[in-house]
Design a protein around this ligand. Structure first.
Ligand SMILES: *Cc1c(COP(=O)(O)O)cnc(C)c1O
Length: 378
């Protein structure tokens, strides 16, 4: 597969017939000419034209050579974990996505793997963790919800030296802003539910790689365990993907304006946004990402009671746990996206009860600011 510039709008043209957009192919199986000649595709669990096209387009954007489109981001995470032997050790960020935390903890409880949650921005902590034999290092940057950055190239190099596979959850930045495979990761995963579909109407995921042997193992396990996404979901996600670079640019421009507004407001105690020059990871953001993205985290003066009053007064911005959608979504990570994480783990990850996470959408920035302002002024 040839690679495309990350800013390229994906013009997914079908090469079959005269369609500009590939037809939806829902058939579960395909006719054989003879019992000895297996057609391709032959059965929709192992291959489907709509899914295959989405894999091709995502691989172009990530600089991958292949992979699999799955039923959700979580099934893509499970698929990555099926690549390592049973009872192998995984190092994951102490502030990873709540669902990833829950999955790793539950598998560890059953003895299927062991997991150590580490602050990957702490070099000494990572070195100490890698001193024990490790099969996989999980990276998620910027972190969710606090938008801390991990140096992907540095962590991937250390993991490689220690003989571990690295997987990067690239859901928040999207391939338009960050390409982990080019920075040395072996695998990149996505919840396509978020910005890649971007219209809030389809759950899906993906796991992609460069190495042919690794791609073969991903395809084997996705087929063996049945973790694939549906043709309908693939077609809808592809439709979202075609405008991903345009939407990311527009949402990011809005986020810069909204972050500036929040930072200047007396009712706001702190704003976490990698686009700010005084953000602790601003230099790394400039080096590793092509833009600061569309996510903002912030605290209100007055903590939890102030947050409740604020959320009550919002009209345009929706209280919801997803992100990367056309409409602006706000959430309280402690009780929403990160409820799968126990209280002490939340405290360690810096997730306080009053912290808010805002995914800035495609509305006019002035409308978003007017809505936030009305609620903040109350
Ligand atoms: C949403 C999300 C996931 C899980 O994806 P689903 O599609 O909800 O299964 C994983 N990682 C991150 C960063 C996410 O935001």
């Amino acid at each position: 597969m040839s690679s495309r510039a990350p800013g390229t709008v994906v013009a997914a043209a079908s090469r079959e017939g005269r369609d500009i957009v590939a037809p939806l192919r829902r058939s579960d199986s395909y006719r054989w000419d003879s019992p000895d000649e297996k057609p391709s595709p032959d059965y929709s669990r192992s291959a489907n034209p709509n899914r295959d096209e989405l894999v091709t387009r995502l691989a172009e954007l990530e600089g991958a050579n292949g992979g699999v489109v799955t039923s959700s981001g979580q099934s893509a995470a499970l698929l990555a974990l099926l690549l390592i032997p049973s009872s192998a050790r995984v190092i994951a960020p102490h502030d990873c996505y709540g669902g990833t935390y829950r999955l790793l903890e539950a598998l560890a409880e059953q003895g299927r793997l062991s997991v150590e949650f580490v602050d990957l921005t702490d070099d000494d902590a990572l070195d100490a963790a890698l001193a024990t034999e490790t099969a996989m290092v999980w990276i998620e940057t910027p972190s969710n919800p606090l938008l801390r950055l991990t140096d992907i190239a540095s962590v991937a190099a250390k993991a490689k030296k220690a003989g571990a596979l690295t997987v990067a959850d690239n859901t928040l930045p999207t391939p338009c802003r960050q390409q982990p495979l080019a920075l040395g990761c072996d695998l990149v995963m996505h919840s396509t539910t978020k910005a890649i579909n971007g219209h809030g109407d389809c759950v899906g995921g993906a796991l992609l790689a460069r190495d042919a042997a690794l791609i073969e193992r991903i395809e084997f396990w996705a087929n063996a365990a049945g973790l694939f996404g549906s043709p309908d979901a693939a077609a809808r996600t592809l439709r979202g993907l075609r405008t991903l670079p345009l939407r990311v640019a527009a949402m990011e421009a809005n986020a810069r304006t909204v972050a500036d507004y929040l930072a200047d407001h007396d009712a706001v105690a702190a704003v976490h946004y990698p686009g700010f020059t005084d953000h602790p990871d601003h230099a790394l953001a400039e080096q590793q990402q092509t833009g600061p993205g569309f996510m903002i985290a912030f605290d209100l003066v007055g903590g939890s009671p102030a947050v409740e009053a604020f959320l009550d007064r919002l009209e345009l911005v929706n209280l919801a746990s997803s992100l990367g959608a056309h409409s602006s979504l706000i959430c309280v990570p402690a009780t929403m996206t990160h409820r799968g994480m126990p209280d002490e783990a939340q405290a360690r990850a810096g997730i306080t009860p009053g912290l808010l996470r805002l995914s800035v959408g495609l509305e006019a920035a002035s409308d978003i600011i007017a809505d936030l302002g009305r609620a903040l002024d109350s």
